[in-house]
Write a protein that binds this ligand. Structure first.
Ligand SMILES: [Zn+2]
Length: 259
């Protein structure tokens, strides 16, 4: 099965990740915060929208759902019961969703919100993880209605995916996150290189995403909380019990809030 994955840009820095089946011209969108860019893309490419998947309830992720449902009445909505949409399939941790015979596993990766889901799609044995606002390249989501403990556990869980898993966050925050990361780990060469590449891509209007988990393990301080260089960087800026990974993670999140 060949599924193409394309980012439709929305608002200023959102990506509506779109799964496209070229054989039958059907498409699935994930987190359509706006309907207009999705409708335009479907028209331009002669695609039929058959399903919408949501990761969490924030407006910039579900705001376009109702209008898209009016425009494409056969669209099947997949969401958690707390996502504020009238879903056809209610998901929770452990659920499975299907995309043209490929299956996506649902993981609860809350923390940013209390009911944040990830879709881990398996295409020919290769995993594609749609992680919404939980993990961004080189960063992580803010804590709103979830807790920092949940976010910490969600990062631990995402880190258990195979290293070549492709991660598809919902925002283009990469360059700014790397600038923050370099305040913690100024000598991290992988981060320096990633920032140069991200700046180049942004200047050319090219998304920095998706990224592999292996890449994130090298450049994302929130996945690197046990590295001595990260612990030292946090200790230099905050009072933290650095023997506790959760405390390091929470201190990093707080430093980023004020960055
Ligand atoms: Zn959000």
């Amino acid at each position: 099965m060949s599924i193409q994955i394309h980012p439709i840009k929305a608002f200023t820095d959102n990506y509506i990740w779109t799964l496209i089946n070229k054989n039958n011209k059907q498409a699935i969108v994930i987190d359509p915060g706006q309907s207009a860019p999705v409708v335009a893309y479907m028209q331009e490419h002669g695609l039929d929208l058959t399903s919408i998947w949501t990761t969490h309830h924030h407006y910039d992720h579900v705001g376009g759902v109702m209008e898209l449902q009016e425009y494409f009445p056969m669209t099947h909505i997949v969401a958690h019961s707390e996502h504020g949409v009238e879903e056809d399939q209610t998901i929770k941790d452990g659920s499975t969703v299907s995309a043209w015979g490929c299956s996506a596993q649902i993981w609860d990766i809350s923390g940013h919100t209390a009911t944040h889901m990830a879709y881990i799609l398996d295409v020919d044995g290769h995993k594609h993880c749609f992680c919404g606002d939980t993990l961004f390249s080189a960063g992580c989501g803010r804590v709103f209605t979830g807790t920092i403990e949940q976010l910490y556990d969600s990062f631990k869980r995402l880190n258990e995916l195979p290293a070549d898993t492709l991660l598809y966050p919902a925002h283009e925050y990469t360059a700014n996150n790397l600038r923050f990361g370099l305040t913690i780990e100024p000598d991290n060469a992988a981060m320096q290189e990633a920032l140069a590449q991200a700046e180049e891509k942004m200047a050319a209007g090219v998304p920095t995403l998706p990224v592999t988990l292996a890449h994130e393990r090298a450049v994302n301080v929130f996945l690197r909380i046990k590295e001595p260089s990260v612990i030292a960087g946090v200790e230099a800026k905050a009072n933290v019990d650095s023997d506790k990974p959760l405390a390091v993670f929470a201190a990093l999140r707080e430093l980023k809030d004020n960055f």
